[in-house]
Design a protein around this ligand. Structure first.
Ligand code: PHE
Length: 458
């Protein structure tokens, strides 16, 4: 086994700090920004059920696998997979799975920082009272106006990226762990306050029906693919993150328990976000399928009308920025770990280089969201913009494919002596985990893909 001290990074001081950091990486824009709008676009209740099933039966076992590989391999995502492959006496080429993950994480980060930049811009809008007494139309106009200024979007996302580069360059220090310790609970409290307010003042009954009464006729195969992709996205799976965070994990922490806590916290935040947003959507006759702008076009209506809305609104967007920030750090970390270990760059050089490339890549999303014609592409007679292509490819194709390969690797290639030694869970849980990795995840993901590309039809 590889000694902890051989790890080329710092490692988490204890179970709590690991759980907080990994929860920080998992909880982010995916929960508060993305989950509500894709739920809105995919018909509500049935989508939520499929998503929950994906989290429980595939997401949690997959998180356990990734953390296990990271902790055993104690290196960057690709090298950790390679070390496990060597230890199990199978081809080192499996390391490609780790690299694919890191690449996917990198693509995700290129649009993630732009949306995080929106959240940062909205802190200042909330603070300067821009939402006060605005109706739905006024808030929508504010958002459209915001998107139309690419230069501003570039500044905001550059600010997020710069802060990310600095923190990652310095190493994930106590400061960050401490920030997360307070920011996360505070964010949940603010979400509860917002959900309570919008529940009382908005249309809570329709929201409950929309979110929890499944209507399977609204579910398409594409929605199931999106639900599966999102379960990976929201838990930060198949993107190198959990491999990287696992590599800093002390030996005596339970992988199973921490994975369960992280997934539970992540799911609670996502559902709370839905409960905060949809009552406002329905009481203002807005469309649940409004797309990526949904939270920016709804929550400000509530903040503009509730007592103390300037304070709550500002705090809310500050928390959203922090939630996003703990994910951007995680996303940058895996590419930096690679550059440091393989190209012998210093952490500062690696973070700066990575940051510059990302900043450049983020321009495609910025201009795509502000509607620049060169960012629109025709595919099969439909017009798509670069941002949605990037998001769809990374989240719904690359993440599940990475997950599929990882599942086959740990389910069929890694020896059970290694997985049992690392997971150290009860025989029943071990059997469920193995069943998911050996059969359920590979079969479910493969069938979905074959269905999506029209090879099989259920
Ligand atoms: N899980 C993060 C979120 O929900 C996003 C993310 C994806 C972070 C992949 C790291 C890796 O916002």
């Amino acid at each position: 086994m590889i000694n902890l001290k051989q790890s080329q990074h710092e490692y988490w001081s204890n179970s709590l700090t690991y759980t907080l950091a990994a929860t920080g990486a998992a909880v982010g824009l995916g929960n508060i920004w993305k989950f509500p709008y894709i739920m809105g676009e995919n018909g509500g209740g049935a989508f939520v059920l499929v998503y929950l099933a994906c989290v429980v039966f595939i997401g949690i076992p997959m998180m356990m696998s990734e953390v296990m590989i990271g902790r055993r391999g104690r290196s960057n995502p690709g090298t950790s997979v390679k070390r496990l492959a060597q230890e199990s006496k199978v081809s080192s080429r499996w390391q490609a799975v780790g690299w694919l993950g890191a690449l996917t994480g990198y693509l995700i980060l290129s649009f993630y920082i732009v949306i995080a930049g929106w959240a940062l811009a909205y802190v200042f809008k909330a603070l300067s009272g821009d939402f006060i007494s605005q109706d739905a139309a006024g808030i929508e106009a504010l958002f459209v106006e915001h998107l139309k200024r690419p230069m501003q979007l570039i500044y905001w996302s550059a600010a997020i990226l710069t802060a990310t580069v600095i923190v990652v360059a310095k190493g994930v220090q106590r400061g960050l762990e401490r920030t997360i310790k307070y920011a996360m609970p505070l964010m949940i409290i603010l979400l509860v306050i917002t959900a309570l307010y919008s529940g009382f003042s908005g249309d809570f009954v329709t929201t409950l029906e929309f979110m929890f009464k499944p209507d399977f006729s609204k579910l398409t195969i594409n929605s199931v693919v999106i639900a599966l992709g999102h379960s990976f996205f929201t838990l930060s799976l198949a993107s190198g993150i959990m491999l990287a965070y696992g590599s800093y994990m002390p030996q005596d922490i339970s992988i199973y328990k921490t994975s369960l806590y992280i997934a539970a916290a992540d799911t609670i935040v996502a559902l709370l976000a839905g409960l905060a947003i949809f009552p406002i959507v329905f009481s203002n006759n807005l469309a649940p399928s409004a797309g990526p702008g949904l939270i920016f076009q709804t929550l400000p209506i509530a903040f503009g009308q509730m007592p103390g809305g300037v304070l709550f609104g500002t705090l809310f967007f500050v928390m959203l920025v922090i939630a996003a920030f703990t994910s951007t750090i995680a996303l940058l970390e895996s590419s930096v770990a690679y550059l440091v270990e393989h190209w012998s760059l210093s952490r500062w050089q690696a973070s700066t280089l990575s940051g510059l490339v990302l900043w450049f890549m983020s321009l495609a999303t910025v201009f795509s969201l502000s509607g620049a014609p060169w960012t629109q592409l025709e595919i099969n007679g439909h017009s798509y913009h670069i941002f949605s292509i990037l998001d769809y490819t990374a989240s719904n194709i690359m993440l599940p494919i990475g997950g599929l390969l990882l599942a086959i690797f740990v389910g069929w290639r890694v020896t059970s002596a290694i997985s049992q030694a690392e997971l150290k869970c009860t025989p029943l849980i071990y059997r469920i985990w193995l069943m998911s990795m050996k059969w359920l995840a590979p079969i479910a993901i493969s069938i979905l893909f074959l269905q999506l590309i029209g090879v099989v039809s259920l």
